[in-house]
Write a protein that binds this ligand. Structure first.
Ligand code: ADP
Ligand code: ZN
Length: 433
């Protein structure tokens, strides 16, 4: 078994806890002294750095939310003088105004380590050729994976996203072995490979490291088949650094959190109460090594479960489940809670493409719920009646899964826009009023 930093990745729980305690105490002091915005929050909550003696006291600290980051935009949460910062990244703005995050050189070094751990977790080594097709620029995906791949010593192809046929050409010519991109783009690359008359035997990829958006197990299998690889999940967010906050190992069952840098908690999103391991709730992170942008108890809005079980890979870091979506991704349609990931699971199970679009609107007092799905290749020559029957069957399968029945529209293959970065799956017209 290979690790990038074995000593810490496989440390005993006692060693890990002691390290977290020490780093947390230091970080709280640093933040209290340097970040006026957070000092105010602590004062309002009646907490002083002396109250925090270790991770057992974490619950006493006030939360930070995305709203705080927007309030404090751009410099209000800086933990170091701006002159010590060497880089800025920004969220992709999936759910509103962007926020910016800052990095010192030390922050970048540790971020690279986290991404290097993820590449090794996916079976990579310095012998590999790593094709990075996450977007480069303010988005953290490209630069993050690039940094990890470079630091590990892989031959790194900084492709960025887009120009899919050229991606495949490079894959063939340079024999890339590891692919990094969003899962929706991986599916698109896979589809294009087959359209070009090629098969996985024509390329040398063995693993993919996919993240930055929610994806289902069904989609994992689809991508693995299309590209002939093992597909690994990676999670992260700009506010904490970017990809590499957690990563999958050979078990492919949840992501190990890099706990020497980030302390995770799961809370009840309504009450803020900390939930025990094994319960679903909102993921909260405290970054204990970040210098430029040190966030304490940051509410990610991502919903998942934490588990600390012995993992066959030998790593001791706690695992988080695939986030099933953000709490604000959840749609309430005709009073029923629906996650786009549930729609995706049904589509793939029923043999459809994972490229779909949900459109929600309102007529009078009633929600409308439409799902656009592409015909699969065997249906293209079907009669109108055949297509209507397939739509009905799919609507029935959705109803069983979701508890609410959508109107299905089977549309021509390739007519729904492909994503090269984060896919846009939902158009909620109700919010426009
Ligand atoms: P934005 O919030 O604008 O999308 P980021 O690019 O920083 O900005 O995205 C971070 C978010 O992306 C996370 O909070 C999470 O919701 C989502 N995300 C990242 N990786 C994964 C993953 N592997 N699975 C599910 N969701 C993910
Ligand atoms: Zn493991």
């Amino acid at each position: 078994m290979n690790y990038y930093q074995k000593e810490i990745e496989c440390a005993s729980l006692d060693t890990l806890k002691a390290l977290q305690d020490e780093r947390l105490v230091k970080q709280v002091n640093r933040v209290y002294n340097n970040v006026g915005y957070y000092r105010n929050l602590m004062q309002k909550a009646g907490v002083t750095p002396d109250d925090i003696k270790g991770t057992k006291d974490l619950y006493k600290l006030p939360f930070l939310s995305k709203a705080d980051l927007r309030d404090a935009y751009p410099y209000g949460l800086l933990g170091t003088p701006l002159s010590e910062c060497v880089r800025i990244h920004s969220t992709s703005g999936t759910t509103g105004k962007r926020v910016v995050a800052f990095y010192t050189q030390h922050d970048l070094d540790l971020w690279d380590d986290c991404c290097a751990r993820a590449i090794v977790g996916a079976g990579g080594s310095r012998e590999d050729i790593c094709q990075v097709c996450y977007g480069y620029g303010l988005f953290t995906g490209g630069m993050g994976l690039n940094g990890g791949s470079h630091k590990l010593g892989c031959l790194t192809l900084p492709m960025s996203s887009g120009n899919t046929e050229r991606q495949i050409q490079f894959m063939q010519d340079l024999k890339s072995t590891i692919l990094g991109c969003t899962p929706s783009y991986a599916a698109y690359i896979g589809e294009t490979l087959h359209e070009m008359g090629l098969t996985p035997d024509d390329i040398s990829l063995k693993a993919g490291i996919f993240g930055a958006e929610p994806w289902t197990e069904e989609m994992r299998h689809q991508i693995e088949e299309l590209l002939g690889i093992k597909a690994y999940d990676i999670y992260g967010l700009t506010e904490l650094s970017g990809p590499g906050v957690s990563f999958e190992c050979c078990e492919q069952s949840g992501m190990h959190v890099n706990e020497d840098h980030f302390i995770p908690e799961i809370i009840n999103p309504e009450t803020g109460e900390v939930l025990p391991e094994g319960e679903v709730g909102e993921l909260v992170f405290t970054s204990i090594t970040k210098e430029a942008f040190p966030l304490l108890r940051y509410r990610t809005r991502d919903l998942c479960v934490l588990h600390r079980e012995k993992c066959s890979c030998g790593r001791t870091f706690i695992k988080m489940s695939k986030p099933k979506g953000r709490s604000d991704d959840m749609l309430i349609i005709k009073g029923v809670n629906v996650f786009p990931s549930q729609v995706e699971a049904v589509l793939i199970e029923q043999g459809y493409s994972s490229n779909y679009r949900i459109e929600i609107g309102r007529e009078g007092n009633m929600d409308t719920f439409d799902v656009l799905v592409e015909l699969n290749s065997s249906q293209v020559s079907d009669t109108v009646k055949g297509i209507k029957d397939s739509e009905k069957a799919l609507a029935g399968a959705m109803k069983t899964m979701l508890g609410v029945v959508p109107k299905i529209h089977l549309v021509a293959p390739k007519s729904i826009e492909r994503s090269e970065g984060k896919a846009v799956r939902v158009i909620d017209k109700r919010k426009l009023h």
